[in-house]
Write a protein that binds this ligand. Structure first.
Ligand code: 13P
Ligand code: SF4
Length: 316
């Protein structure tokens, strides 16, 4: 860590105590931000931490929809995001107006929204889900009901395949980072790391083809489709010592730190989320000192969105 960063990290520790604040960081955050955090996790785990904390202030080191979720769950706490520009290309693929008009085409359908959506979209949804519980959420809905799943097409296709649902309509949204991870990238790494385990996030463009190959046995790949915390758990429990990781590369820092004897290879070095990387230690310090930028959701939207988020948290 550079000298300036050490200074920021120390400032963060003392400001946190002084202000009774907690720092939550997503698995894709910069290494130094992860190291300064009280808790690192995936979307579901961070929502849970936000709901359970006794802190007065939550500094959310992640992207905007995640901070919104924390704010919806803790309306009496101050939720701060260090950079308001930290958005999400996937969450931007559908807005409330588009969802209302889609729902008009399927008036009886159950709406299942991935957590990567705005609060307005969550407020129109019956269920929210994350990559770690999307399959279970869909399985909890009666088979005869139609489902509108949004916004990630690759995750939706994966869930439809695993659950065998035929009446599931999927919004054609994608995350620019994960959609860029293609079957060719997996194939290339398979040639070079044949004995490694492959960990694949269900938002990846390669998910369907990998699932297909594993189910037919056409290609012998030891692949696991997992959320980011699912990957962390798998790595800890597996006897393998080499893993090819198909998701945003920020997670490799945590993997290496918690499993120093194992080797991790990113499937694609360019799989970097520019929004996640907007949060720096300096911005976290400023966020604490100036109590900025507060993320608040209007009460009537938060009230409806909370119902779908709580349903998500009940299914794990
Ligand atoms: P996780 O829910 O697995 O943390 O994923 C969130 C995300 O933004 C993936 O790109
Ligand atoms: Fe959104 Fe993709 Fe970044 Fe995740 S990696 S926050 S889905 S843009």
């Amino acid at each position: 860590m550079k000298l300036a960063q050490v200074g920021y990290a120390e400032q963060i520790q003392s400001l946190k105590k002084e202000m009774n604040a907690i720092i939550l960081a997503h698995n894709y955050q910069l290494p130094e931000v992860q190291d300064a955090a009280d808790f690192i996790g995936d979307s579901l785990a961070l929502s849970r931490q936000a709901a359970e904390t006794n802190a007065d202030i939550i500094v959310f080191c992640g992207v905007h929809f995640m901070a919104e979720t924390a704010s919806i769950l803790c309306p009496d706490k101050k939720v701060l995001i260090p950079d308001l520009q930290a958005g999400c290309s996937l969450a931007s693929t559908i807005n409330a107006v588009e969802l209302v008009s889609w729902k008009k085409e399927h008036p009886d359908a159950v709406i299942v929204s991935y957590v990567n959506t705005t609060a307005e979209v969550k407020a129109l949804s019956d269920y929210c889900c994350t990559s770690s519980n999307a399959v279970k959420v869909v399985e909890s809905i009666p088979k005869e009901r139609e489902i509108l799943f949004l916004p990630d097409f690759f995750l939706g296709s994966y869930v439809a395949k695993v659950t065998g649902r035929s009446k599931m309509f999927i919004w054609p949204g994608e995350c620019h980072v994960h959609a860029g991870i293609k079957a060719e990238d997996i194939n290339d790494k398979m040639q070079r790391f044949a004995s490694a385990e492959f960990l694949i996030h269900p938002e990846c463009g390669c998910t369907s083809s990998t699932l297909y190959h594993t189910s037919t046995g056409e290609i012998d790949v030891n692949a696991h489709i997992l959320s980011t915390d699912g990957m962390m758990r798998h790595v800890r429990e597996s006897n393998a010592n080499q893993f090819v990781v198909a998701t945003e590369t920020g997670i490799l820092h945590r993997m290496k730190r918690e499993n120093p004897d194992k080797a991790f290879i990113p499937v694609k070095e360019e799989a970097v989320c520019k929004y996640m990387k907007m949060i720096t230690l300096e911005k976290v310090v400023n966020s604490l000192m100036k109590k900025r930028y507060e993320v608040k959701v209007q009460d009537h939207v938060a009230e409806k969105a909370r119902k779908s988020i709580l349903r998500m948290m009940a299914v794990s």
